[in-house]
Write a protein that binds this ligand. Structure first.
Ligand SMILES: [Fe+2]
Length: 162
């Protein structure tokens, strides 16, 4: 998933064109990871069984709704930077920092896996915040920082449910 400077919308901005291309590429990766995490969170919501069913079912519903909203925010930030968003589920799967396929096992294994996935996406975004700060792209740095907070909170709530 490479974004070329020539593919960007022509616009006047203090963020350099090359930096906008680089940032859009990183946001595309963040979008891919978030998309896969969204689907995995739904998968836990649907497949969880046992005494924790109601609490985990509800917890993951709130989490996937938050992820869905953030998918739209990240994608629209890519557009605001002048680039096109990545297209196609296979593109998302191939560019995600977390694995798409997983053997869920019991509820404990599910929660551990999903908790770790949330942290892995947060860690990826933390790297991208550095890139955004270097590019003076303050809005993207802020957006990703907010997402890191949400993902780390989701990770904590999933692991605290055990
Ligand atoms: Fe549901």
């Amino acid at each position: 998933m490479t974004i070329k400077t020539a593919d960007l919308r022509d616009m006047k901005s203090d963020i350099k064109q090359a930096d906008r291309a680089k940032m859009a590429e990183k946001l595309g990766q963040a979008l891919a990871s978030t998309y896969v995490l969204y689907q995995k969170t739904q998968s836990v919501h649907w497949n969880v069984t046992g005494p924790l069913f109601v609490s985990v079912h509800k917890l993951t519903e709130g989490q996937y709704e938050d992820l869905a909203a953030s998918i739209d925010e990240i994608a629209e930030r890519i557009r605001a930077l002048g680039a096109k968003t990545p297209v196609g589920l296979s593109t998302y799967i191939n560019n995600s920092v977390i694995d798409d396929q997983v053997e869920w096992g019991d509820v404990e294994a599910m929660l551990k896996q999903l908790s770790g996935d949330n942290l892995a996406v947060a860690d990826q975004m933390r790297e991208f915040v550095k890139v955004a700060e270097e590019a003076d792209d303050v809005f993207t740095a802020d957006l990703l920082t907010t997402r890191i907070g949400a993902l780390e909170e989701a990770s904590w709530m999933l692991s605290a449910s055990l």
